[in-house]
Design a protein around this ligand. Structure first.
Ligand code: V1P
Ligand code: CA
Ligand code: ZN
Length: 396
């Protein structure tokens, strides 16, 4: 432990339930809930739990799930989930209603518990903000941004973020949703498409033909009708492979500072999907923990109450490193973590490997081949200009 004792400055709460860790999507599925075990392990081994309020979260209730989802869908989810066999060889698609049971959203044992645990953690985090008992509430088990009202999508069954934002809206006039997962936050965008009380901003790899989910073009900014209050309240930052820390930070700060200035949010919901890191099994960016976490740091310094959600992230050791570091940013103790895990190149178990006399993994082994950067600065400038123009129509 690092001798971390009292939080300084910000009241931070950590919302977690070990029930989520134990679930399995299946051997070959990229989503590994046990990445939460690694994250929690790093957080506690650094002693960060002493600087936060720690809550064991409960499962969201049926009524809480249907605050966003349709009853038909939640009923169906409850009825199919307990089946013990995810895929029957003779019947690989047992029931594709609501997009359930395919390879992206398989049916596995305990699925309903997994979904309601994720929803419960995010909802508890939101309630803590509403009660003004936390400045930053952390819910790494949440962030499942693709789920629709009556449809599972992209490894997401229940949209815990939408449920949490609906809770925030009971107390906060305006909520800014920011999504740094490598995928487009389509489910959250769609849920608040017609609202001027939620602005959604997603940074993502965009390729309508080859990259999931294929939505989130720069020009998609909400309803086209000016009479719809949600017009101009969806911001999309489409990117190409290989974006670097420097470029991402540059863009993030320019886009988010303008959104905050114009929209004047009373709360921020930040989805911290870690599949935007270099070396991710599904992602295509070149971000290091430094670049990814600088988004958390930037938002923290705005001094607006905030929830940190998890999300994607398919190279588990990198996910744990990022979310543990971002927990340290929330409690303002990142220097302590930097001096041990990070230096010289934020290798995960470097110190321990050295100590035990094992071979050190090289940074190339950790991050994989760096991807060629296909983001010319000119394109990034165009994005900032487009966002500035959109925000002319937004009033707090
Ligand atoms: O590309 C697709 C669908 C399947 N095709 C019909 C198109 N699905 C993606 C889904 C990615 C979901 C990301 C979720 C999140 O944003 C939030 C938690 O991170 C997909 C991919 C891929 N490379 O994009 N599914 C799978 N890979 C997959 C691979 C192996 C087994 C099951 C699914
Ligand atoms: Ca995103
Ligand atoms: Zn993702």
């Amino acid at each position: 432990e690092l001798g971390i004792t009292a939080p300084k400055g910000y009241d931070v709460s950590f919302h977690y339930n070990v029930q989520m860790e134990k679930h399995h999507f299946g051997q070959t599925h990229p989503m590994k809930p046990w990445r939460l075990v690694l994250t929690k392990g790093l957080v506690t081994s650094y002693g960060m739990h002493h600087a936060m309020k720690n809550y064991t979260t409960r499962a969201a209730t049926y009524d809480e799930l249907v605050s966003f989802h349709s009853q038909d869908y939640v009923n169906f989810l409850g009825s199919v989930a307990p089946q013990p066999t995810p895929l029957d060889v003779d019947n690989p698609n047992p029931d594709l209603r609501f997009n359930l049971g395919g390879s992206d959203c398989p049916l596995f044992e305990g699925l309903y518990d997994y979904c309601s645990q994720s929803g419960g953690a995010s909802l508890d985090a939101a309630r803590k903000l509403c009660a003004k008992q936390s400045d930053i509430a952390v819910a790494w088990g949440g962030g499942l941004h693709h789920a629709k009202r009556s449809e599972a999508s992209g490894f997401c069954y229940i949209n815990d973020i939408v449920i949490a934002i609906l809770q925030l809206l009971r107390v906060h006039k305006r909520v800014l949703y920011i999504d740094i997962d490598v995928h487009h936050g389509d489910g959250v965008e769609e849920a608040f498409f017609s609202s001027d009380r939620v602005m959604t901003v997603s940074f993502h790899k965009y390729d309508p033909h080859t990259f999931f989910p294929g939505t989130g073009a720069l020009e998609d900014n909400g309803p086209k009708s000016e009479h719809n209050p949600g017009a101009h309240h969806a911001i999309n930052v489409p990117l190409n492979d290989g974006i670097t820390d420097e470029q991402y930070q540059w863009l993030f700060e320019r886009v988010i500072s303008q959104c905050v200035q114009k929209f004047q949010p009373e709360a921020i919901a930040l989805q911290c999907g870690a599949d935007s890191l270099a070396g991710d099994r599904l992602g295509k960016f070149n971000l290091l923990v430094q670049g990814h976490s600088s988004c958390v740091d930037f938002c923290k310094k705005l001094g607006i109450p905030m929830i940190l959600f998890g999300g994607g992230g398919y190279t588990p050791r990198n996910v744990a490193r990022a979310w543990a570091y971002e927990t340290a940013v929330a409690i303002g103790q990142e220097e302590k973590m930097a001096s041990t895990v990070y230096i010289p190149d934020h290798a995960p178990y470097r110190q321990r490997f050295e100590y035990d006399g094992h071979l050190l993994p090289s940074i190339e082994q950790i991050l994989g081949e760096p991807r060629q950067n296909r983001n010319p600065q000119k394109k990034l400038l165009e994005i900032v200009q487009h966002v500035t123009e959109q925000l002319r129509f937004v009033a707090a």
